[in-house]
Design a binder for this molecule. Structure first.
Ligand code: FMN
Length: 126
């Protein structure tokens, strides 16, 4: 979606103000009748994030929206749920992904989020 008028509506939310500057916003919707629609749509959106990143574009997941507003704005049929939005555009700063991931921002240690064989076991057996 490119419409400035629609992006203006979306940008009223506190954590989505920058949508006014994002040339494209992808609105991820899935058929709520499907058990895995949230996972399916999230996978598709993340593939788009990866493809965009490899093209040098910037993305941001947006969870700050009112589903009712989105559904009315985009005429989304009742049976579909809005799973997430992803903003797409040219990043103001070009950050190397590796530098971003490994650099300034603090990250949890991998041992604290990965378990082997059973939950909480951070030691891999050889
Ligand atoms: C489901 C989801 C919803 C998010 N919603 C917002 C949002 O509404 N506004 C925003 O600025 N960032 C949002 N983010 C982006 C996060 O704030 C964060 O920038 C992003 O996950 C990358 O974080 P990292 O660099 O620490 O990995 C969201 C991320 C996820 C995964």
């Amino acid at each position: 979606m490119k419409s400035r008028e629609k992006r203006e509506v979306l940008s009223k939310r506190m954590f989505a103000r920058f949508l006014l500057e994002s040339p494209i916003v992808i609105v991820g919707c899935g058929d709520r009748g499907g058990r895995f629609h949230v996972v399916d749509v999230s996978i598709a959106m993340q593939q788009m994030v990866l493809a965009a990143t490899s093209e040098g574009l910037g993305t941001c997941w947006i969870g700050d929206y009112d589903e009712k507003v989105i559904k009315a704005l985009f005429r989304v049929p009742e049976k579909y749920g809005v799973v997430c939005l992803v903003a797409l555009g040219y990043p103001r700063e070009k950050l190397e992904l590796a530098a971003k991931l490994l650099g300034k921002r603090s990250r949890k240690r991998i041992e604290s989020i990965v378990s082997y064989e059973e939950f909480g076991n951070s030691l891999a057996s050889s």
